[in-house]
Design a protein around this ligand. Structure first.
Ligand code: C5P
Length: 230
């Protein structure tokens, strides 16, 4: 089975502030992306990986990540939205790919277990996403800060990456989304839009998405725990 990964890392990271996008900011001296790619590299489960970066990072990223031996086989430029970036990456996958994993560059603490399980479920059923169930009380709030209603949290899940798909199914989902100008915030939404089933695999609270300045502080502690030699 040929398993390939796309890592979208072409965001501008404006929410974190500063000129450096969050995937290139450092945790214990190494870029966030270093930890993300390292887990894919060391998992031994991936045949090749397409890294998607902003135009201005392409040259540096190629120099840094295309060193051999590396699971990173292509460094390509992203698009306007995350979905455009992932679709750009998809176009560079080998056509004999069986399963495609999509994982945000800004989630450096995924585990080998998540890669393994999403690939396994996608092989069996077509599409698998990692997610964790919601424990907080959820409310819908309007722009003025007024609570509109309390949402029943039973059955709600917070979605993460990695997500895994059969290659043909993901291609079909991208083409349909593009034809209809449909945008989702994950690839699972594109498969749902196609009317096909998507299965959930247990994610993890460790699988933090580096979004806000405080996430870098949390990230430093997680690196110390998961990568003690760094
Ligand atoms: O935008 P969001 O925070 O959901 O970003 C998730 C991932 O998608 C990040 O790794 C980011 O770099 C990437 N991204 C991208 N191209 C964009 C926007 C986001 O590759 N145009």
């Amino acid at each position: 089975m040929n398993v390939c990964a796309i890592i979208p890392a072409a965001g501008q990271g404006t929410r974190l502030g500063g000129a450096t996008p969050k995937q290139f900011q450092t945790l214990r001296g190494k870029p966030v992306l270093h930890y993300t790619l390292r887990t894919f590299q060391e998992s031994g489960l991936i045949d090749s990986l397409v890294l998607v970066v902003p135009e201005r990072e392409r040259k540096n990223a190629r120099a840094d990540w295309l060193k051999r031996p590396s699971v990173v086989k292509q460094v390509v430029v992203g698009g306007e939205k995350r979905q455009d970036s992932v679709y750009n990456g998809y176009k560079f996958l080998p056509t004999d790919t069986d399963i495609v994993l999509v994982h945000d560059g800004v989630r450096p603490f995924l585990s080998k277990r998540m890669i393994q399980e999403t690939v396994h479920v996608a092989e069996k059923f077509g599409a698998a996403i990692t997610a964790i169930s919601v424990h907080d009380t959820i409310k819908q709030v309007d722009a003025a800060g007024l609570v509109q209603r309390t949402v029943e949290r039973n059955g709600l899940w917070r979605v993460q990456t990695p997500q895994a798909f059969r290659y043909d199914l993901l291609g079909e989902a991208f083409r349909k989304a593009q034809a209809d100008s449909f945008y989702g915030t994950d690839e699972g939404a594109l498969v749902e839009y196609l009317g096909r089933e998507v299965r959930v695999v247990e994610g993890s609270e460790w699988n933090l998405k580096i979004t806000r300045p405080e996430d870098l502080v949390l990230g430093e502690s997680i690196v110390a725990k998961l990568f003690p030699e760094c």
